[in-house]
Write a protein that binds this ligand. Structure first.
Ligand SMILES: [Zn+2]
Length: 455
């Protein structure tokens, strides 16, 4: 008998951890962090005590307390024993934190599978960010203790990976980060399909179509489906990527100074702004972090991303700092600075980040447009409301108009229900949604965290 158990993503957006068990083989699909539950207990400097590994997470039910899953660093200061691994693999659908963030706690002998592009993106983030998302060599925790290296493995779409009695077929999907997959998982009792995060209004709807076809062909017993946008009413404006292009271009054409904000790993949006810059005879000015990621993805032929310092429509911006990071140094003499941006402010699109808004003080635009190409603030999240207020203050101060223009990474409620109907599984398990109750189809299963569902 086979079963699936959701240890996260139940009644919440993100935190997916789906255990599939079959005749003694146990694999996880995704291993992300629940932001909703973490935010119930922690804010600003009130944070879990990392020196105690997972002790605080277990005490507050923020992580499943399972034996044979975590590394010794994670459990030595808790009341579960560290023993040999009793789980056989973890498959990551895509490199967003709510699907991957807890892999660093896994027993290092458990293989972690991901797409090659996902690995490259995470390597770049590991190099340039503050946190380390996985370790390819032994790492050192803040308290000086050693975090063992992970066993990271790569898959491609359509490949079959056998782990014990379970076979996993990753199939590419379109989402707001490249290297995103859904899975068709074959067990002794039948197939389980898992969407990961999925959409049909991006630039590559045919990839999502491939997943739906493969899932349908498998005649799945269970479909584990995301429902981010399944809600009583859709309050946010959402556009397709093509509409973001078209409307973004209009904004650029009718303004002098233009700044643009997007999620760092959303490379479709990067490409959209890059195209708009080319079509309007402007240069897209990117950050050092974006330049690092583009260089890391240079060999990715499918993505075919333009390269900084080679492409005449790209410039890389360096902030004036006392000390630069080691990875930044090789790029510095080819970068532009605030004086250049100030001089050329009407012939660029300047990618900016919330945390570097202070650069506006040196550039002093006076008027112009900010294309906010990210989600609107979440009503239920006071931090995102506050950030929005602060952003508006900055823009107001410099006479910059705010333009909300975003294409979500997720399919709409209607599209999700169409996908569910088309795949036609015996049981439907909604995850990654705040409204599982809106999955009213007869075969929808009321999911509870930690409670097995028979396949
Ligand atoms: Zn995602």
């Amino acid at each position: 008998m086979s079963s699936i158990t959701c240890y996260g993503g139940v009644g919440e957006i993100g935190g997916n951890k789906v255990l599939v068990e079959d005749s003694g083989t146990r694999i996880f699909l995704d291993f992300g962090q629940s932001f909703t539950h973490l935010d119930d207990y922690f804010v600003e400097y009130l944070q879990p005590r990392l020196r105690f590994g997972l002790r605080d997470y277990f005490a507050l039910d923020l992580m499943p307390k399972l034996k044979g899953l975590y590394n010794s660093w994670a459990v030595d200061k808790t009341d579960i024993d560290h023993c040999g691994p009793q789980y056989h693999a973890v498959f990551l659908s895509h490199p967003h934190y709510d699907h991957i963030a807890h892999i660093r706690y896994l027993d290092q002998r458990i293989p972690i599978y991901m797409g090659e592009t996902a690995r490259t993106i995470l390597r770049s983030v590991n190099d340039t960010g503050r946190a380390q998302w996985f370790y390819e060599k032994d790492g050192v925790a803040r308290d000086g203790s050693v975090i063992p290296a992970n066993d990271v493995r790569i898959f491609r779409t359509g490949e079959s990976i056998d782990t014990g009695s379970i076979e996993v077929l990753p199939v590419h999907v379109d989402h707001s980060v490249p290297g995103a997959y859904g899975f068709v998982v074959n067990t002794g009792s039948g197939a389980v399909a898992y969407t990961g995060d999925i959409r049909r209004h991006g630039n590559r709807p045919e990839m999502t179509r491939d997943f739906i076809d493969r899932a349908k062909q498998a005649g799945p017993k269970v479909l584990v489906v995301e429902g981010t946008r399944v809600a009583p009413e859709e309050k946010r404006k959402d556009f397709s990527e093509a509409e973001v292009h078209e409307k973004g271009k209009e904004i650029v054409e009718s303004n002098g100074f233009v700044m643009a904000m997007r999620y760092p790993k959303d490379l479709d949006r990067f490409r959209t702004f890059y195209q708009i810059a080319k079509e309007t005879g402007r240069k897209l000015v990117i950050s050092l972090k974006t330049a690092h990621m583009l260089q890391a993805l240079r060999e990715d032929k499918a993505l075919a991303l333009p390269q900084p310092f080679e492409d005449s429509s790209l410039e890389v911006y360096k902030r004036e700092m006392k000390v630069y990071k080691v990875w930044e140094v090789p790029m510095l003499d080819k970068c532009v600075d605030y004086k250049w941006v100030k001089q050329n402010q009407d012939s660029i699109i300047w990618e900016q980040d919330f945390y570097t808004l202070t650069e506006l003080i040196d550039v002093k635009p006076g008027k112009g447009a900010c294309i906010h190409s990210m989600s609107e603030p979440f009503e239920e999240d006071p931090m995102s409301q506050l950030q929005d207020e602060i952003l508006q203050n900055w823009l107001g101060r410099f006479g910059i108009g705010h333009h909300q223009l975003h294409a979500s990474g997720h399919a709409s409620m209607d599209e999700i229900f169409e996908i569910v109907e088309e795949i036609g599984a015996d049981k439907v398990v909604p995850v990654h949604t705040q409204h599982p109750e809106l999955f009213t189809m007869e075969n929808a299963v009321k999911t509870e965290a930690g409670k097995p569902i028979e396949v």
